[in-house]
Design a binder for this molecule. Structure first.
Ligand code: PLP
Length: 482
């Protein structure tokens, strides 16, 4: 039996056990307060292993269906509580703003960058979910085969075979991309930087989602640009009608969006909206910078396309990287530069000259081995389970009135705490308790989202994470009471 098959079967069996218990409760055979069937008994009855029953019981405990009594076993609480609702869409003020984070950003990140702390802050995938050994083996093989290339400069646009492989992955999505157009960068961050340097100058207005990924706001700050926050739906992303109004009334230089499972909302833009936004930027002769870093991390169905699929104007620059799926430290990203290729290349040559050769060779060899797709399948399942578990746990332990996104991909949750909560205070109290989270105010130029936090589910489930969420819920509740 392959690893993939056995995992699928374990997932299936454990769902069957959970379903069986839920059925017994729904039928009234098991009532609140009743003792749940013993692990051994149920394992025998359903012909599954004890560890499968344990896994199902742990999940039912997270959902609040069962509770454990030490030395006594599992007891029925009741059917699952209705899950916490998702945050509502909010209208944002449509005035371009300077971004001023100043030292706040440094303070938050210096404090949180400590290995002793339970890592619910940074949107970083845990190294134990990454194929470290396989990737290092591929890198060693590539270094042995191409020793000269591995230590030589790799000038823009980057390693030809890696660029062909990236172009082929777009072809699989029905997008015709020439390898000539793929410019390899140091992570998605450099891709976004080059894209902004290419299309905008100091004082220009950049339309962004609200809330939006804070590093983009930081880039806007450092480049002396203005951020215009556009209404963004927690489930469907940037709102085309609001963008249209902004494009008709303001001199916008570029639109920046994360269409697939954005950070922090996890919103997935429907195809009709992607098509509409591609039309709008073409009509208004404005650049669209899309960041598709989470596109491969969908939980169900098919890989959602980037906006680039609907672009007929060459106005779309698509940025991405292998940081969330393979190795953030390898710093291998890219930009599909569309009609801006010459300018992007000039900026790349002028600013960083070359990109690390060895990691490009390593990623290319790893892609060639065919292991990447298998790894992505496992990773998607792991993130789906972690996000779902975290959502249930937050719903259960945060005060009533809490709202939580329900993303269909990626690995972050955006949590709206009841009014009166202060994300900075929660951040500091959590840090004192050895837990990092990301405060909501970092995701807007206007410091809105004061009662929001972002929780990362990038790390494998552990007792420490579970305890940390319970403590966080207590911190938020005490803060509200105080
Ligand atoms: C939306 C988004 N874009 C870009 C990045 C950074 O990517 P990289 O590490 O490849 O520079 C992140 C990381 O959190 C992200 O969430």
């Amino acid at each position: 039996m392959t690893v993939a098959t056995s995992r699928r079967e374990t997932g299936f069996l454990y769902d069957r056990v959970s379903r069986h218990i839920l059925d017994l409760i729904e039928q009234g055979t098991l009532q609140p307060g009743d003792r749940a069937p013993s692990l051994r008994g149920l394992s025998r009855q359903l012909k599954v292993s004890i560890s499968t029953v344990k896994q199902a019981y742990a999940e039912l405990e997270d959902r609040g269906v069962l509770r454990v009594r030490p030395q006594s076993g599992f007891y029925v609480n009741g059917l699952p509580q209705p899950a916490a609702p998702v945050p509502r869409r909010r209208a944002v003020c449509c005035k371009p703003r300077k971004v001023r984070f100043g030292e706040l950003f440094e303070e938050i990140f210096l404090l949180a960058n400590n290995p002793e702390i339970v890592p619910l802050g940074a949107a970083v995938p845990s190294p134990d979910l990454m194929p470290g050994k396989g990737l290092l083996r591929a890198t060693r093989r590539a270094a042995a085969l191409h020793a000269g290339e591995a230590i030589d400069y790799c000038f823009p646009p980057g390693l030809p075979r890696l660029r062909r492989q990236i172009a082929r992955r777009y072809a699989d999505l029905g997008i015709g991309v020439s390898p000539e157009e793929v410019v390899i960068t140091s992570g998605a961050t450099e891709a976004l930087t080059l894209a902004l340097q290419t299309v905008a100058r100091r004082g220009d207005i950049i339309a962004v989602e609200s809330p939006t990924y804070f590093s983009v706001l930081r880039l806007i700050e450092r480049m002396g640009l203005l951020a215009l926050e556009i209404d963004t739906d927690p489930e469907t992303g940037m709102c085309p009608e609001a963008l249209q109004l902004a494009l008709e009334t303001m001199d916008i230089r570029a639109v920046l969006t994360v269409p697939n499972f954005n950070n922090p909302l996890g919103a997935l833009m429907p195809e009709a909206n992607k098509r509409r936004i591609a039309e709008l930027v073409a009509e208004h002769d404005v650049a669209l910078i899309e960041d598709d870093i989470y596109g491969d991390l969908y939980f169900e169905g098919e890989r959602p396309p980037p906006v680039r699929r609907f672009d007929l104007s060459g106005k779309v620059l698509t940025c991405s990287s292998f940081s969330k799926t393979l190795a953030p430290g390898y710093r291998v990203g890219w930009v599909l530069a569309g009609g801006y290729l010459d300018d992007v290349l000039e900026w790349k040559q002028a600013t960083t000259s070359a990109t690390t050769s060895l990691t490009q060779l390593g990623v290319s060899e790893y892609l060639r081995s065919g292991e990447y797709e298998r790894h992505l399948r496992r990773l998607r399942k792991a993130f789906r389970d972690q996000v779902e578990r975290m959502r249930l746990l937050v719903a259960r332990h945060f005060p009533p009135g809490t709202r939580i996104t329900q993303p269909g991909g990626g690995f972050v949750l955006w949590v709206e705490m009841p009014r009166g909560s202060d994300c900075l205070e929660v951040f500091h109290l959590a840090l004192e308790a050895g837990i990092s989270i990301t405060p909501g105010i970092l995701f807007s130029a206007t410091r809105r989202y004061r009662n929001f936090i972002r929780i990362s589910c990038g790390h494998s489930w552990s007792e420490a994470i579970e305890q940390a969420v319970v403590r966080l819920g207590g911190i938020v509740a005490r803060q509200l009471d105080g």
